[in-house]
Ligand binder design. Structure first.
Ligand SMILES: NC(=O)C1=CN([C@@H]2O[C@H](COP(=O)(O)OP(=O)(O)OC[C@H]3O[C@@H](n4cnc5c(N)ncnc54)[C@H](OP(=O)(O)O)[C@@H]3O)[C@@H](O)[C@H]2O)C=CC1
Ligand SMILES: CC(=O)[C@@H](O)[C@H](O)COP(=O)(O)O
Ligand SMILES: [Mn+2]
Length: 405
């Protein structure tokens, strides 16, 4: 069979978060697939004009406007007759578990991605998972449910896609460790003093990837790599000792796997998410991709350096959460989502993002075996506590106590 062959039958694709960075790249992949993939349902939250335009272009069976209040005010008169409008979380769940949906691309950002992803897992779908927060918050429940339902969780996150590919070189029992690459973000070379003053605009200027604002700030704090350590644990059933991080500023080597014989297998491609998105959809097949391949006729260099845990303390939280488990992932994720948002609003400093996460993790009522309801309760609790902590810190800053630390 030629390597550029398309999947044998048409696959109906649900794109949760179709208006985001991953969502738009997914639509590119679908467009380039020559009909091998067809959009079955598309969701959006705030960008309803874009959702409507996509409905007119792709004529999916469903669109989901997840913000019910916004959806109620929007003019849907141009919606094609064959496309049905659903709203809210129940709409996300309905399309993700629909019997005619083959693949669910989970590309909503943050905890908001959980309900749709869990519905897809429960229904036994192929889940092309970009929403790493599902595994950070509830990795033990998601993987257990997938084992029961027969759902396949295929990584979209570039590092995890690389590990998934490199693991094919040997037996899982012969893996010594996986090494996640990190770009180091825009502040890789900044001093602690410089980090005190960085702006949201600077944090949003990622050196190698164009992504949504939340993950871009996570890359700048290196919280993204902490979340990816947790994600790797659940995707590949690894112990904390088996996960390492190396800084690789070019974002060409997407990650590496070291086997017990000392051989290290890496996956390389230019930084373009369409490649891992497509692979998660076509696997085990590989097909031609709209993303460019590496040009090995040109000179280029690859650098690697150890991460600096002092300047980027958020990175330590990944291993801590893998070690402690239980409720820590849900609490860390919620505190981080709030802190990133407040940083983007100019309410707290860049360095305060870690401080909020540390404080809320330390004060939370730890439990070892929470169910999903309890995790979502703690998510809400951690959001409230994070905002209280920030308010208190801002109050103290007025007396210099916060800004001098
Ligand atoms: N971008 C990337 O290259 C990578 C992203 N990821 C992960 O993929 C996920 C998406 O990231 P990215 O595409 O960058 O993010 P974006 O911010 O670009 O897009 C987020 C998407 O989620 C939707 N959304 C936002 N809030 C809600 C909500 N409360 N309920 C339902 N939908 C909502 C948005 O809708 P709308 O725009 O209409 O408001 C949008 O479609 C994240 O989990 C991220 O960590 C992982 C690896 C790489
Ligand atoms: C594209 C992707 O997978 C992102 O998660 C990316 O890795 C972020 O870059 P950092 O390595 O800077 O976190
Ligand atoms: Mn990544």
């Amino acid at each position: 069979m030629p390597s550029s062959s398309s999947p044998t039958s048409r696959q109906s694709v649900v794109v949760l978060g179709a208006t985001g960075s991953i969502g738009r790249s997914t639509l590119d992949v679908i467009r380039a697939s020559d009909g091998a993939f067809v959009p079955f349902a598309l969701s959006a939250h705030g960008r309803l004009e874009e959702l409507l335009a996509a409905a007119i272009q792709y004529r999916p069976r469903y669109i989901v406007a997840s913000d019910e209040a916004l959806a109620a005010k929007f003019d849907w008169s141009q919606l094609p007759a064959e496309t049905k409008l659903l709203t809210g979380t129940s709409g996300l769940q309905e399309v993700s578990s629909h019997q005619e949906a083959d693949i669910v691309v989970s590309a909503i950002v943050g905890r908001a991605g959980l309900e749709g992803t869990f519905a897809a897992i429960a229904a036994g779908k192929r889940v092309a998972l970009a929403n790493k927060e599902t595994l950070v918050v509830a990795g033990h429940l998601a993987t257990q449910m997938a084992a029961e339902s027969g759902a396949e969780i295929l990584p979209v996150d570039s590092e995890h896609s690389a590990i998934f590919q490199a693991l094919k070189s040997g037996r899982n029992s012969d893996v010594k460790r996986v090494i996640l690459t990190a770009s180091g973000g825009p502040f890789r070379k900044f001093s602690p003093e410089q980090l005190l003053k960085v702006t949201a605009e600077e944090a949003l200027d990622h050196p190698t990837w164009k992504m949504g604002p939340k993950i871009t700030v996570d890359s700048a704090t290196m919280m993204n790599k902490a979340l990816e350590i947790i994600e790797a644990k659940w995707l590949f059933d690894l112990s904390v000792e088996q996960i390492e991080v190396v800084v690789h500023p070019q974002s060409i080597v997407h990650s590496l796997v070291e086997f017990v014989d000392g051989s290290v297998v890496a996956q390389m491609s230019p930084p373009d998410m369409r490649m891992p998105i497509q692979l998660a959809m076509t696997y085990p097949q590989r097909t031609e991709c709209p993303a460019k391949a590496l040009d090995m006729t040109q000179a280029f260099s690859l650098e690697f350096e150890p991460p600096d845990y002092e300047r980027f303390p958020a990175l330590k939280l990944g291993k801590e959460v893998v070690q402690r488990g239980g409720t820590t992932g849900a609490v860390l994720n919620a505190a981080n989502e709030v802190a990133v948002q407040r940083f983007l609003e100019g309410k707290i400093r860049f360095v305060d993002i870690y401080r909020v996460c540390r404080a809320i993790l330390d004060e939370h009522p730890f439990e070892l075996s929470p169910d999903l309801n309890r995790l979502l309760e703690l998510d809400a609790w951690a959001r409230e506590e994070s905002d209280k902590w920030i308010t208190c810190c801002l109050q103290q800053a007025k007396d210099q106590a916060c800004s001098n630390t």
